[in-house]
Design a protein around this ligand. Structure first.
Ligand SMILES: [Fe+2]
Length: 136
């Protein structure tokens, strides 16, 4: 699998959130490295755990930021986050119940697709709102 390369076009223009998105990309690459190098299942499971924790951490920061600025799309955005976490939890459970490597690959693909779509369509919207609010 190709390593992910962070592109300028993925930036939403909020420095802290961009760097958190970049960390998510790095964790996906770390997951890829562990899978491709045939690392022990425990190592793959560790990265999956770190990815899950970081996603929750990142979402809570984003939600706090949107709330702080009174972003009108907060509720919908939070629902998208919750639905994503529920999906990840289901995939994590199947990883824990034996099929770690296959499940890890599935999680990597799922997180990557979701993240890119979410960053480019949804996150970009709150970032614009916050940037405009910060200017006024
Ligand atoms: Fe988000």
């Amino acid at each position: 699998m190709d390593m992910l390369v962070w592109e300028e076009g993925y930036k939403i223009g909020h420095r802290e959130m961009d760097s958190q998105h970049l960390i998510l990309f790095s964790l996906l690459n770390q997951l890829d490295i562990n899978i491709n190098n045939g690392m022990a299942r425990e190592c793959v499971a560790d990265v999956l755990g770190a990815l899950g924790s970081y996603i929750e951490y990142h979402f809570s920061h984003e939600e706090q930021l949107m709330a702080e600025y009174g972003y009108p799309g907060l509720e919908n955005h939070c629902s998208a986050h919750r639905a994503f976490i529920a999906q990840i939890d289901r995939l994590q459970e199947s990883a824990a119940s034996g099929g770690t490597l296959a499940a890890a690959l599935k999680i990597r693909g799922f997180v990557l697709d979701w993240l890119l779509g979410h960053i480019l369509d949804t996150d970009v919207d709150y970032a614009r709102f916050i940037a405009a609010a910060a200017k006024s």
